[in-house]
Design a protein around this ligand. Structure first.
Ligand SMILES: N[C@@H](CCC(=O)N[C@@H](CS)C(=O)NCC(=O)O)C(=O)O
Length: 223
């Protein structure tokens, strides 16, 4: 069975959401944030000290977008849930693009905004960096805005792992207080994603696991 190491609403929410969409069995190990400082023993599991870490059945992965792709491909071989877009489908290139866009283009600037606006002690904060990278993130929403103005999901005419990857960046945008600054099509898309059973179950799963494992239930990103 797969084990997912997770901090409340951190990027590890991506594979957690995927596991819930797929209704797959898994073990959820909750960690305080940042584990590198607050749970030093975790470094012997993942030398980077980051979450997510997915292990079991020959798996040892540290990248959330790659996990979305891996889980969709391997846990739903018949693709009954449609979360994976196969190489033969016309939207396969778009699928890979948006899957990686969620982390590489959208989440990257958010983490700078969070670090220099919120996580660092006050004397080390850099308001200009936080502000600039918030604007960077909002400007990078332009590409998905153009798409979502004319379709419900990012690609293939259905909900896929790419929506989980990008959806998590929007969730983090919510923690940064930016939802009102999302363009209307993205606000509507984000509202739709939050209604999904898989998303609701993932929220409940992390809450229940945190309580059971004695980890605080508030995400560090919520400030
Ligand atoms: N590119 C990686 C980034 C992983 C990452 O940096 N995770 C953050 C949480 S959102 C983390 O563990 N930060 C704690 C630290 O850097 O010590 C992914 O998409 O999974």
């Amino acid at each position: 069975m797969l084990t997912l190491y997770h901090c409340m609403s951190a990027r590890s929410f991506r594979p957690l959401w995927m596991l819930e969409e797929l209704q797959a069995p898994y073990t959820l190990k909750m960690l305080p944030f940042p584990p590198r400082a607050l749970e030093r023993s975790y470094l012997s599991v993942n030398v980077l000290g980051t979450v997510p870490f997915l292990e079991g059945d020959g798996v040892a992965m540290t990248e959330s977008a790659a996990m979305c792709q891996y889980l969709a491909e391997t846990l739903d071989a018949a693709n009954a849930r449609g979360l994976h877009v196969k190489p033969g489908e016309p939207d396969y290139p778009a699928y890979l693009n948006w899957l990686h866009h969620g982390e590489a283009t959208l989440t990257f600037p958010q983490t700078i905004a969070l670090r220099y606006g919120r996580f660092e002690p006050p004397e080390r904060r850099i308001p200009q960096a936080a502000d600039d990278y918030t604007k960077w993130f909002l400007a990078r929403l332009r590409a998905i805005d153009a798409l979502l103005a004319r379709q419900d999901f990012l690609c293939a005419g259905r909900f896929t792992g790419a929506d989980v990857s990008v959806g998590y960046a929007l969730m983090l945008g919510g923690f940064l207080g930016l939802v009102e600054r999302f363009p209307p099509a993205i606000q509507a898309y984000w509202a739709r994603l939050q209604l999904r059973d898989g998303f609701v179950r993932a929220l409940a799963a992390q809450e229940a696991a945190a309580k059971a494992q004695g980890v605080v239930t508030r995400s560090a990103a919520q400030g």
